[in-house]
Design a protein around this ligand. Structure first.
Ligand code: MG
Length: 164
């Protein structure tokens, strides 16, 4: 610590599965014939993480920064938007100390792609991969996740701000 102050942020997101779309999670395109529905690439994990960072910055939410009725964000790469959130974070005088994310979905299995997701996210934010945690769980058949209708993600972040 360098005499800065700490902020925490939490983010949540959920998207429905849709046939014929690529499945992009954590900036990685996974094999399969069903993706997540949304205005952008619907990267549920990156959306939750962006909301956590934006929350810690007290800047509202990503819907305010990147409105989903703005054609500029149609089909947008969420990992590219994450990089812009990282720029905003640094512009506000904050550094990402740590982040952890949980993905809730029935399939596919995330473990083989987890480190690749961590690297993509860390790369977009310009931080060491050790600072980014990603894990996944099923919901044992319960709810919309359990029925395979969609995926959800949660993220928490710890930011350090430089003292003014
Ligand atoms: Mg979203």
């Amino acid at each position: 610590m360098t005499g800065g102050f700490l902020r925490v942020g939490i983010g949540f997101d959920a998207h429905a599965f849709e046939d014929g779309r690529p499945l992009v999670i954590g900036g990685v395109t996974l094999p399969g014939t069903r993706g997540l529905a949304g205005h952008s690439d619907a990267d549920v994990l990156v959306h939750a993480l962006m909301d956590a960072i934006v929350g810690a910055l007290r800047e509202g939410d990503i819907g305010r920064l990147f409105p989903d009725d703005d054609p500029a964000y149609a089909g947008a790469s969420s990992i590219g938007l994450l990089s812009r959130v990282g720029d905003l974070m640094r512009a506000r005088g904050f550094e990402l100390i740590d982040a952890d994310c949980v993905l809730a979905l029935e399939a596919p299995k995330i473990a083989p792609y987890r480190d690749q997701m961590r690297e993509r996210i860390a790369g977009a934010l310009g931080v060491a991969v050790e600072r980014i945690g990603v894990k996944a769980t099923t919901t044992e058949g319960l709810g919309f996740v359990g029925r395979g209708e969609g995926a959800a993600a949660y993220a928490v972040v710890l930011l350090e701000g430089s003292s003014r």
